[in-house]
Structures are given as C-alpha cells and as structure tokens.
Design a protein around this ligand. Sequence first.
Ligand code: AMP
Ligand code: GLY
Length: 425
Amino acid sequence: MKLMVVGGGGREHAIIKKLRENPAVEVIYALPGNGGMANDAVCVPIKATDLPAIRDFAVEHRIDFAVVAPDDPLVLGCADLLEEAGIPVFGPKKNAAVIEGSKVFAKELMRKYGIPTAEYQVFTRLDAALDYVRTAPMPAVVKADGLALGKGVIIAQTCEEAEAAVRSMMEDKVFGESGSRVVIEEFLTGPEVSVLSFTDGETLVPMVSSMDHKRALDGDKGPNTGGMGTVAPNPYYTDEIARVCMDTIFLPTIRAMKAEGREFRGCLYFGLMLTPKGPKVIEYNCRFGDPETQVVLPLLDTDLLTVMQAVQAGRLRELDIRWKKASACCVVLASAGYPKKYQTGYPITLPPTGENDKIYIAGAKLDGETLLTGGGRVLGAVSVRKTLRQAVDAAYDLASHIHFENACCRRDIGQRALAALGEER
Ligand code: AMP
Ligand code: GLY
C-alpha cells in the first residue's frame, strides 16, 4: 500500500514509524515531512496547507490511504478534498474540525449539550468585552476564537491584564482574524490530562492518557511552548475518572457532533482539567496532540493502519484495540531560546536505539548526509519501560546521547507524575 501523511513534525514522525510496522505498507510520503524522517518516509516539498497540491499529489501517486495530522489543513477542509477525489482519509471533515477551529463553536456545543466546561462569555465587540473584564472575577482566561498556533490563550491575574489581553486580540489583532471574537472564561484548577481518542462518529475508543509539559522551563515556569515533554499514562487519570469522562464528556461530545450533522471521524483530543467539581473540558483538538502522540502511539499494541482504516470506514466497533501495560516518556530537545529567538543549522548526532527507544525528529533538515537542526523543537527522545520511573530515566539517558550545539531541555519531565505516584526524588 502507498500511504501519505500530511504534516512534518515529531507527531507525524511518530505516526509514520507506527504505520510502517504494518508489512503491507510499501511507501509513505510525508508532505512536507522533514529531513529527519528521510529513512522512514519519502519527503515531498508540499506545504501542509497547500490543499490543491496535496490532492493532486495523492491522485497522481494513487495513494491508497491518507492521514492528515495537523490542525490547519483539517480546519481548511483537506479531508473533504481528498475524499471527494476518492482517497480514503483519516481525519475529520471541515464541518467537524471546527470543534478545534472555533473555540466559540466548542463552548456553545458544550453549553447546549450539558458537557462540563468552564463558565464563559463570548464577545464580538471590543467595548462589551472591556466592560465585562473590568468587573469580572479574576483570574480569568481570555481566548481568541480561532487557531492561533496554541498561543491564543492568556490567563489574566488582574483586570488590567485581562483588558490588555482583550485589546491585544480584538484591537491589535495579534492573532489576526482569530481574535475578532474572544471567549472569556472562568479560571479552573486541578491536574491536566490529555486524552486522545479514535472515533468513527459512533464508537469512541480512548487511547492511553497522557500529561503534557507546556511551559518552557522547569517547575512549569516560563512561556508556553508547543510542549516540552510528555508521559503516559497519566497517573491522575484513574479508572474511575475515565468512566466519568466516558459518560459525561466523550460519548456526549460525539453524539452532540452527530446531532449537529457534524459527524467526527478521526482522532478527537480532549484536553481535560480534573477540577474539585469533576473533570471538565479545557479544549478540544481535532487531531493527535504533539508531543502526546510520541508517548501514546508507542504504547499501542494494535496495528495503527488497521485502526485508522476502521475509523475511516465506520467499523471501529469491530476492533479490539490493545495497549501495552507499560509507561512512556518523551523529552523534547529544543534549540536554546525556543519559544522565542533561536539559531538553527547545527549538526545533530544520534545514537543507535533499541526496540524500546525512539527518536522522533520534529525540526531538522538534511544537508547531504548530515542532519542539521531546523526548528525550535528539534526532536523527542522517547523510552518505553515497565514503570514510569524507568521510562523517565531511560528517556533522559537517551537524550544525553544525542548531541547538537545549543540543545536544551526541561530536566523535570515526568516529575509531577512521579510525585502523584508518591515516587518523587
Ligand atoms: P489551550 O491553548 O486551550 O490548550 O490552553 C493552554 C493552557 O491554558 C491549558 O493547557 C491550560 O493550562 C490553560 N487554560 C486554558 N483554559 C483554562 C481555564 N479555563 N482555567 C485554567 N487554565 C486554563
Ligand atoms: N500538546 C497539545 C497540543 O497538541 O495541542
């Protein structure tokens, strides 16, 4: 079979490596991929948002199955275009991807169908939003409606900060049109859990839970990033909480989407907060999380292509999806300075890896035979072991054998999870 994966980061590398485990796969094209994937996929220099070029490539190369991984092509309708061209595709259609593409849509869906989430108000006018934040309880969370590369969320401690956040989004348009509507919501507290799921719109199978580390610096300090590391499973996510989430959040969400005529087929990501009043939705994503995927997929014990084909065909109910009874840890190695200014173009040396260790490349380019750094987040060092403690130690050991100039990483990935297990150092 000839496969195509749209996207080019660490998440896509993890998806590609997992898909390759199926012996029927002859070739995987990555659009655009990155230089670090060249051993696993044929990288094609087509941007993930160039929808007509993606469709033409798929038709020309007689792609048997496509996976659209990032949010922007999904929100733009990449899955619709491929399907219209007769290419089976894993990923929701545009009218379902809106669950991530518009925070206003997601909040209104949750309100209408009684799905637990933070209380909120929507504003389309600057003066009304400013009036509101002057007397609103603080902290408050100000969110731009549309996609903003994960940066459109500001937690305001004071009314002045909230006012500045509203002005930056609605007046200065720092997130472009994404900020022409804003959601202002109640500040929630509690451990955060990411739950990715496979769903064909009827059946929903949660994947192993995970924990992201979004801030740049140890101790969850510093600016938000795309994610500096992950562990799975997330120890806060007990079987009991999983049952509550299934009944009050997961199934109600896919039923709500179906009732709205927006059947969701693909990976639906639930960003949850385990509040004192129970689990609540912080955000939905219409795709695999990054770097959650890098710890979740190595724990999948069922063939990924088979699962994706079942999702696409609406046959998910027929599958028995299995997970390894193990833990995984991903330590992201970034270019010093990320998420702000950083330098690239440094040679990367990679150690050989065993079966239970993986290196997923996120930002790199090939210069002849030499792999050079090419992004803020350069790669993820991932280890799978019997216990979380062993996985964390092994991932840091693996990371210590990877070298490039200006490399930096958080030193405390997994520590919060270990503390929850009563195992901190
Ligand atoms: P998002 O981009 O929606 O994932 O939000 C980024 C981060 O902001 C989340 O991971 C949370 O840590 C935080 N956040 C978002 N909404 C809330 C909320 N209502 N209360 C507290 N923290 C929040
Ligand atoms: N790791 C969070 C996300 O993918 O949005």
